[in-house]
Design a protein around this ligand. Structure first.
Ligand code: PMP
Length: 428
């Protein structure tokens, strides 16, 4: 049945839309941090950064269904939920970032943020980082430089995209105490090139924690210095918080807090709807006005009543169940368990990240840092057979992408660490 359904999928769904795993289990049901296949087998879901509350939350399901029965419509009508949800998002954001656009996804949010930066500055050029993913729509794809997601990424960017090396503190050209200075120095000629072109800089977009490489925190002071240089040229700074923001880091609600900066535009999606399509751009009133010059902004379903109720209920449940605190406590515990693996297994090169946003990086050699790509794929396959869903990330696909629902229990964190230890003990 599963194989037959997969064959039918291949006949009519676009091939570029790939599954996790070559022979994936057919998922039927979810509950908290677990998924169940059609044969009733349980899997611990360690990669799901969309379902932050966990799967099958009854309170969220009830709120969505009640609102759906009462009213759902496009966002040009006047109803309470869109006002109330915008107020709550503004209250969660730094002072001054009090104006909200509601959309349906992270790609849309980043597309709109880039459009705002271009409209506000009157310039087209965008600065971004290498090995990044910001979405699939035209502008968000243009600044997505990850060769793991798109092998052609570095040769097919439009001329207004200027990508600079991500400040990776573990691998890359500059390491140790000079990381920030080295990578900042590498930006200078790029900015000088933009200055010389005379067309100005619209803005800079990056994740506040280096996501695609497994959640590596940016070096201290990095964002403050890049932001200063971008703003000196009239550009806007966009924080893509689609993955790292909204409490996942445990120690911070927003990723940019860790760098002590305040962006001009925040983009969010994924967990804010817990799987219900929902995204947002949060900015200042003055920046938001730059679109009024162009006309109206309108997203049919972005900010519809059901979406707004879903978003507010997610925030309620996060507070009631103290999910950010859970991400901090369970995340710290899990990080310590993974760090212990480094002492026993040479292949485990480093554990990155914080909260429930962790990356375990596999290397063949701790001096050359040669990525253990095939080994990482084999570890993920073996983990599936032990009932754990885990995937690789990064340009070398050698980092375990550890981003479970924020309700992850200590027992589940231990189960994951135990299974990983078992796999490493078996093979490497
Ligand atoms: N930004 C980041 C950092 C992401 O990880 C993603 C999705 N993986 C996106 C944007 C795009 O979001 P969506 O898939 O909702 O369009």
């Amino acid at each position: 049945e599963t194989a037959e359904l997969l064959a039918r999928r291949q006949a009519h769904l676009a091939g570029a839309q790939k599954n996790y795993y070559a022979a994936p289990p057919q998922i039927e049901r979810g509950w908290k941090e677990h998924l169940f296949d059609v044969e009733g087998r349980a899997y611990l879901d360690m990669v799901n950064n969309v379902s932050i509350l966990g799967h099958g939350h009854p309170k969220l399901a009830a709120a969505i269904s009640a609102q759906w029965l009462r009213l759902n419509t496009n966002s040009r009508f006047h109803y309470a939920a869109i006002t109330e949800f915008s107020e709550r998002l503004a209250a969660l954001s730094p002072d001054g970032l009090d104006t909200v656009f509601l959309v349906n996804s992270g790609s849309e949010a980043n597309d709109l943020a880039i459009r705002l930066a271009q409209a506000h500055s009157g310039a087209r050029n965008m600065l971004c980082l290498l090995e990044a993913y910001h979405g699939w729509s035209s502008a968000s794809d243009a600044v997505s430089t990850s060769i793991a997601d798109n092998p052609e990424a570095l040769t097919t960017r439009p001329d207004w995209v200027h990508a600079v090396a991500s400040p990776n503190t573990y691998r890359g050209a500059f390491r140790g105490p000079d990381t920030a200075a080295g990578y900042l120095g590498a930006i200078t000629p790029v900015l000088e090139g933009i200055d010389a072109g005379g067309e100005g800089l619209a803005g800079f977009i990056c994740e506040s924690v280096y996501g695609n490489a497994g959640g590596i925190p940016l070096p201290d002071g990095y964002l403050a210095q890049v932001y200063a240089q971008v703003r000196a040229r009239g550009g806007l700074c966009i924080a893509d918080e689609v993955q790292v923001g909204y409490g996942r880091l445990g120690h911070y609600f927003w990723g940019f807090e860790q760098q002590g900066v305040v962006p001009d535009i925040i983009t969010i999606a994924k967990g804010m709807g817990n799987g219900h399509p929902l995204g947002a751009v949060i900015t200042t009133r003055e920046i938001a006005r730059s679109l009024e010059k162009e006309g109206t902004f309108f997203s049919s379903t972005g900010g519809g009543p059901v979406s707004c109720v879903a978003g507010m209920t997610v925030l309620d449940i996060m507070a009631e169940e103290k999910l950010q605190e859970n991400a901090r406590e369970v995340g710290d515990h899990l990080k310590a368990r993974l760090a212990a693996l480094i002492d026993r297994h040479p292949i485990a090169g480093a554990v990155h990240g914080m909260g429930l946003y962790l990356g375990l990086e596999f290397v063949r050699d701790r001096t050359t840092l040669e990525p253990a790509t095939e080994e990482t794929a084999a570890v993920c396959d073996r983990l599936l057979s032990l009932g754990v869903i885990m995937q690789p990330t990064g340009d070398h696909q050698n980092v375990l992408k550890i981003k479970p629902p924020l309700c992850l229990g200590i027992d589940s964190a231990d189960f994951f660490a135990d299974m990983l230890e078992k796999v490493l003990d078996e093979g490497w």
